[in-house]
Ligand binder design. Structure first.
Ligand code: SAH
Length: 214
């Protein structure tokens, strides 16, 4: 993919800036990450469109607008410790790694975790800890987290994740309620939980103890 830098610029203009996401740090992060290396070679060009694409094991890489939108509501800074559930291809992880201090990313499918790790090591992302397991119960060892992002859809907000979110923290995730899937921003303030819909969504299922049954 010799000309991928042009494709990234086009993608940023068509699917990010024109849809209202203008944060310079997020755009800078997206500009610095080659997206095609996270998908199979036959999908290289398509990885710069706005479609979710297969990454094997019946899972998908999120569309770029969705990834950018979920990142933007987290309002990340270089002091943040972030927990990500659903490493998948590792593309979203790369964005988080660029904008936060530490990233802990959990994936239940071993092969996907190992593959994403190889790619992210190749990009020299050093602040990521890869965990293989059920992320619906979070990862207590490194809690609490300033930010939590779940990139798989759940029927309810996993209670262990709410417990592992810092007070004043923000979480973003797709929830399926009344058979409709939407992305929610969830805030925890003085122990009180507020949730707000920001966009419709189409994610694969969060499979685990506090998600859908496998
Ligand atoms: N952000 C990823 C999205 C991957 S799709 C990307 O852009 O590539 C969602 C991922 O969540 C899948 O890889 C799936 O295996 C994983 N997943 C589903 N349930 C999980 C669970 N309980 N714990 C950890 N990962 C889970």
């Amino acid at each position: 993919m010799a000309n991928y830098k042009n494709l990234i610029e086009k993608m940023i203009n068509s699917y990010i800036i024109s849809k209202g996401i203008c944060d310079a740090d997020i755009i800078g992060a997206i500009r610095s990450i080659p997206r095609h290396i996270f998908v199979e070679e036959s999908f290289s060009e398509l990885s710069y469109s706005d479609a979710p694409l297969p990454i094997g094991h019946k899972q998908t890489i999120s569309g770029i607008y969705t990834a950018a939108l979920m990142t933007s509501v987290l309002e990340l800074n270089k002091n943040h410790k972030v927990l990500e559930i659903g490493t998948g291809s590792g593309y979203q992880t790369a964005i988080l790694s660029n904008l936060a201090s530490e990233v802990y990313t959990i994936e239940r499918i071993r092969e996907l975790s190992l593959k994403s790790r190889t790619i992210l090591d190749g990009l020299n992302c050093k602040n990521i800890t890869f965990i293989i397991g059920d992320g619906s119960i979070g990862f207590k060892e490194y809690a609490p987290y300033d930010r939590i992002i779940i990139t798989a859809c759940s029927p309810e907000i996993p209670k262990p994740l709410l417990d592992q979110l810092k007070d004043g923290g923000v979480m973003v995730m797709p929830l399926e309620l009344d058979r409709k899937q939407n992305i929610y921003v969830i805030r925890k303030n003085s122990g009180k939980i507020e949730k707000k819909i920001i966009a419709p969504a189409n994610f694969v299922k969060l499979i685990g103890k506090s998600g859908f049954a496998g």
